[in-house]
Design a protein around this ligand. Structure first.
Ligand code: DX5
Ligand code: ZN
Length: 230
């Protein structure tokens, strides 16, 4: 299993979002995405309250863990009360758990939640939505291993990339240590991936641009997302 936070890891990391996978064959799709060269899997969790959609729960994360015992699982909680889901997802194989800055009460609250995840052996991540000012997240990013910049308004796969978020990515990127990752999620494909990496992003979530294509194209797509130098 990779450790996404070592300074020596080859970047960018490619994290297919299983939100776009074939739910009727989820284990096979997870294995095929990893066999096609993905670095880890992104697990999009939605509560129908913080975002207007429901996606999957801890048992689905556990099913992915069973299908892919050695795969790093990057869980993205798009939920109003992330703390209630920390243990259920940690118990179901989550390696990283990210929650939204929009749902925390204060900077201290964000840091406390990050510490709680670390005590569970889970890497903490903080997420910022497109309309949220970057000033909201800058004071706390040193408490997290992962910062996720949303490039769509969360809730659904297959949406159009919002390029304005790249300014935020650039501002955050300057403040991160080599052992922290800057991730982007939403509308990432072969055209938008270079825009993201040029803005300092080093971890790309891609749902429909991978799982929305025939399986025999996934290896080429993943390679293309990595960019020319890889
Ligand atoms: C939004 C989801 C999506 C998903 C990726 O709530 O988080 O961004 O991961 O979807 P695509 O890659 O299809 O835009
Ligand atoms: Zn996500």
């Amino acid at each position: 299993m990779i450790d996404p936070f070592t300074s020596s890891i080859a970047l960018p990391l490619i994290a297919p979002s299983i939100l776009a996978a074939d739910f009727a064959n989820l284990g096979d799709d997870c294995k095929a995405a990893m066999d096609a060269g993905a670095d880890l899997l992104h697990v999009d969790i939605m509560d129908g309250h913080f975002v207007p959609n429901l996606s999957m729960g801890p048992a689905v994360c556990g099913a992915c863990r069973k299908a892919c015992p050695d795969t790093y699982l990057d869980v993205h909680l798009m939920v109003t009360d992330p703390q209630m889901y920390f243990k259920p997802f940690a118990d179901n194989g989550a390696n990283a758990i990210s929650f939204h800055i929009e749902v925390v009460d204060s900077e201290n609250h964000a840091r406390e939640l990050a510490d709680e995840l670390r005590q569970m052996g889970v890497a903490p991540g903080i997420v910022i939505n497109p309309p949220t000012d970057v000033e909201k997240i800058l004071p706390v990013i040193n408490a997290f291993d992962l910062v996720l910049v949303m490039s769509v308004n969360p809730g659904f796969g297959g949406q159009a990339f919002i390029p304005e978020v790249l300014t935020k990515a650039q501002a955050i990127s300057k403040l991160l240590k080599p052992t922290q990752r800057l991730e982007i999620d939403g509308g990432i494909g072969t055209k938008t991936a270079p825009l993201a990496t040029n803005a300092g992003i080093d971890m790309l979530v891609a749902g429909s641009s991978i799982f929305g294509q025939p399986r025999d194209q996934w290896a080429a797509i993943i390679q293309n997302l990595r960019g020319p130098k890889s």
